[in-house]
Design a protein around this ligand. Sequence first.
Ligand code: CP
Length: 314
Amino acid sequence: MFSAPHLLGIKNLNRNDIEMVFAQADHFKEVLRRPIKKVPSLRDVTIANLFFENSTRTRISFELAEKRLSADTLNFSASSSSTKKGETLIDTVNNILAMKVDMVVMRHASPGSCVFLAKHISASIVNAGDGTHEHPTQALLDAYSIRERLGNVEGKNVLIIGDILHSRVALSNIYCLQKLGAKVKLCGPPTLIPRHITSLGVEVEYDIEKALQWCDVANILRIQLERQTVQYIPSLREYALYYGVNKKRLENLAKPIVIMHPGPINRGVEITSDVADGEHSIILDQVENGVAIRMAVLYLLNQVRVGDQAQVVK
Ligand code: CP
């Protein structure tokens, strides 16, 4: 059984939890290849997708995962809701739960918002990205995609390049990859690397050429201009020049490396189109695997939820 009632972050998971998600995702990937891509696993389970912040991939991926599992879903978008009239997060969610919702998938701009919610409501909560804190399902699908391409995550050298300071993807990836036995190195402008990040057991390399030479996998992050309250880099052009991953940089390497990006991509800034769309890119595999991973997470959390309810009834 999954060790937690919610998926709030990777930090509190153990390796067994992660491997359980992968094994379940293997099964659901097989389901998704069938002519009828649907199973009744979450029939009669109601899931609310609460997106207080923009999303394309995560939102569609969760919705599709829920539909493939036969769950009943409802979608909430903050921009067209009563939060605009001053309603609090707890009031909004409690009103939705009063309509008998079993699980909540939430994206919110505030770090810790899912942890806060978990203390106040009884439904299972899945963090779909909370500010600059964690994005656990992204890290799970990233590690799963590395495992799929390279056979294993253990012992692999994974480089995360770019805006680490504002990235929930970076933090969740660091926790997930380390729990699976990978070595993690970070690369980016000093202004976008948090000062005490090495306390997490990662190394930092500021020279992109050396960093790329070291790695088996490069996970390239977006420059998050919307989260930058001050100017951390002189210009996007300069960022592309010093830290952008382009074909010339990859041609200089001793061996091909796997190219990843969580999306959305700023083409021509952190990655050029020929690299993003090239033969070593697994960017669209990441998106495809996201559905199976999210099916697995929802399925496993529902098992915990139903188990807890059975105990209460006894
Ligand atoms: N990777 C990711 O979280 O993308 P979205 O913001 O489009 O969901």
